[in-house]
Design a protein around this ligand. Structure first.
Ligand SMILES: Cc1cc2nc3c(=O)[nH]c(=O)nc-3n(C[C@H](O)[C@H](O)[C@H](O)COP(=O)(O)OP(=O)(O)OC[C@H]3O[C@@H](n4cnc5c(N)ncnc54)[C@H](O)[C@@H]3O)c2cc1C
Length: 487
């Protein structure tokens, strides 16, 4: 670790020592090889949750991620923007410890002037900050562990987590599990209906690994107008694509980013207390507004003559057809993609889908076995007429500790031991999982919920430990005292 960052790490540990109250351990000793909390996902949310639990003296925990070191999260995997979309001053993983803030990290590494002149944090730099954070806090991250399935044992008192690891399948027992599995952690990245019929090599999604060099000289269509659609289109043009046409369903480009409104203590700290109908109205509006491309993503492509934008062009059909450039089309093997829209037919050698994700718990292999038992908003709440929202309806109807609820009481008791900290928690709990902006309030609320669940479950044991507590604070010999029996 470079000296300035090692020094900052020392300061962070010192600040944690200054704040270390109450230091008294409270968790009962754990049974052999049983974790108190297993966290699935070693991205920012999983790491900050582990840090938060440690600060509450819940130490018997581990973070599991299927990715190898350097492959967790989105920042250095499939994100293709140059900088974060979030303003640089937004704090989150630090949980209030100054030396752990992004600002402290970049100031220590690059200097105060560099920080002042920095517009937004680079996405690879954000991952470097998270790597430093995990190393500084010595967080228990186990790479190469893919959660395959979850079962409950001992009458539902424990979870049996089955992992695929480089050493083969392993089972880890845990009292509670946190799903910190990201934007698509409660569903999947969306490949809308017409595209399923096209050859896989011709349809790419912004959330997959893409060989942009192989797209050089090719004609592309990008579907969608979100930030990722623009960032992938820009990356393809920068890699030498011949042309890129963006087809957008909406007639007008979204311009307002609701996240900037959400970055306030009112919404972030108190949303969770709203009545259901207001939660629905706030989040439905936020989901429908969606996020516009940041100005810098628009600027990356707007002046490029190879870029073409077509609004009001929902995809009505997708097929393969003979390419008029048969023989000259480098990789087309004589065929091209044809997309039909109200604005006409558009053809290309390949399509990149910037169509986001959907919530559908059954699509997650690790949840599939009990997904039908999970209570969803569409089961628990009926929106007023005209306020329907499939995305809201498919969101899990979480308890106040982020845990799943049963659709049929008693049918799947393990659910209350599974705490959902993905983007799908937004409707129930406000912005919390899978966003930097929601971490400051979301992670402590999750940690508090986990501690409350563990405390309540062990309440009798805690009462017993109180009753057995006999640490004398007054140790002097007092000759005036009468014999014990006299009491
Ligand atoms: C392209 C892109 C850009 C974004 N930009 C911003 C931004 O600028 N600002 C912002 O606030 N938010 C942004 N977000 C949203 C969000 O902050 C990020 O998605 C962020 O990565 C969320 O962190 P996370 O830890 O919740 O999930 P991730 O970082 O996605 O981490 C989840 C981890 O879970 C692991 N995992 C998943 N399933 C399993 C399994 N079954 N077993 C084991 N491990 C598993 C994955 O390997 C991954 O490492 C962006 C999202 C995307 C996709």
């Amino acid at each position: 670790m470079p000296a300035p960052l090692a020094e900052l790490a020392r300061q962070a540990r010192q600040q944690l020592a200054l704040l270390d109250y109450p230091a008294h351990p409270w968790m009962p000793p754990a049974a052999e090889a049983v974790l108190d909390v297993a966290i699935i996902g070693g991205g920012q949310t999983g790491l900050a949750t582990a840090f938060g639990l440690r600060r509450q003296k819940v130490d018997n925990i581990a973070v599991f991620d299927r990715a190898p070191p350097g492959g967790t999260g989105v920042w250095t995997t499939f994100a293709r923007m140059r900088t974060l979309r979030t303003p640089k001053h937004v704090t989150g993983p630090d949980l209030g410890v100054p030396a752990l803030t992004p600002r402290a990290f970049f100031t220590a590494r690059d200097g105060a002037e560099a920080w002042e002149s920095l517009r937004k944090i680079g996405r690879e730099d954000w991952q470097r900050y998270l790597d430093w954070y995990a190393e500084t806090l010595e967080l228990p991250l186990r790479h190469g562990h893919e959660l395959l399935a979850v079962d409950s044992i001992q009458g539902g008192r424990l979870l049996a987590l089955r992992f695929r690891t480089p050493a083969g399948e392993q089972v880890q027992l845990a009292r509670r599990m946190v799903l910190a599995t990201g934007m698509d952690g409660s569903g999947a990245w969306q490949v809308p209906h017409p595209f399923g019929a096209l050859p896989p090599g011709r349809v790419l999604h912004t959330a997959q690994a893409i060989d942009f060099a192989a797209l050089a000289g090719r004609r592309l269509i990008v579907v969608g107008a979100g930030a990722s659609a623009f960032d992938n289109l820009a990356t393809a043009l920068e890699a030498g694509a011949a042309s890129a046409t963006m087809l957008v369903r909406r007639p007008r480009m979204p311009r307002v980013n609701p996240f900037r409104w959400m970055e306030q203590a009112g919404y972030l700290a108190q949303y969770h207390a709203l009545p259901d109908v207001l939660k629905w109205r706030f989040t439905r509006h936020i989901f429908e507004l969606n996020q516009p491309p940041p100005q810098e993503s628009w600027d990356r492509v707007a002046s490029d003559p190879r870029f073409r934008l077509v609004m009001g062009a929902p995809i009505q059909g997708a097929s393969m057809e003979a390419s008029p450039e048969k023989g000259t089309d480098k990789g087309g093997e004589g065929e091209q993609v044809a997309l039909d829209t109200p604005r006409g037919r558009f053809t290309a050698d390949a399509v990149i889908l910037g169509t986001g994700f959907t919530f559908d718990l059954g699509l997650r292999p690790e949840l599939a076995a009990f997904a039908p038992e999970i209570l969803l908003w569409k089961d628990a709440f009926t929106p007023p007429p005209g306020e329907e929202s499939p995305l809201c309806g498919a969101s899990p109807y979480l308890a106040d500790d982020f845990s799943f609820r049963e659709k049929t009481p008693g049918a799947a008791p393990l659910l209350r031991r599974i705490h959902c900290m993905t983007y799908a928690a937004t409707l129930s709990m406000g912005l919390s999982g899978a966003s930097i902006s929601g971490m400051k309030y979301g992670v402590p609320r999750l940690v508090d919920g986990l501690c409350r669940a563990l405390w309540l479950e062990d309440a009798e044991a805690h009462l017993d430990s109180l009753r057995r507590f006999d640490l004398a604070e007054l140790t002097s010999t007092i000759p005036e005292e009468l014999p014990e029996a006299a009491e």
